[in-house]
Design a binder for this molecule. Structure first.
Ligand SMILES: O=C(CO)COP(=O)(O)O
Length: 124
């Protein structure tokens, strides 16, 4: 089964929720994980089952990065806020880097997130 991580910074959480609602039928067939607050918001807004990790600033990005390092994840949709400095920027960079190390599909905006979902069935 496809295992996908969903993450959004605060300014992007509404966008991710709208995206998850739009693709809810597709996402319902996936094994989903999310960082803490993103997961909470998605659980409230959809009927999806989601395994919640720690909140991003408390290590959630690193927990998801650990799954990437173990080749447990097929892809990540990570809607970053490019206009706001994040206190845990090193953790974010680590997650992006380990995706490149392991050639794990990573979408950081809605346009690429659509491509990722449309293509992920083919590669998994
Ligand atoms: O900060 C995040 C990603 O870097 C997301 O964390 P939350 O989903 O807990 O807000």
């Amino acid at each position: 089964m496809v295992r996908l991580a969903l993450i959004a910074h605060d300014e992007k959480k509404d966008d991710l929720i709208a995206f998850a609602r739009e693709y809810e039928d597709v996402l319902a067939d996936y094994d989903l994980i999310a960082t803490g607050t993103t997961g909470k918001r998605l659980l409230e807004a959809t009927d999806l089952e989601i395994e919640r990790k720690k909140s991003g600033p408390l290590g959630g990005d690193l927990m998801i990065g650990s799954e990437v390092a173990q080749d447990l994840l097929d892809g990540i949709v990570f809607l970053r806020d490019p206009l706001t400095a994040q206190p845990h920027e090193p953790d974010i960079s680590a997650l992006l880097r380990i995706c490149d190390v392991h050639d794990t599909a990573l979408a950081t905006n809605l346009a690429s997130a659509r491509y990722l979902l449309e293509g992920i069935d083919d590669v998994s």
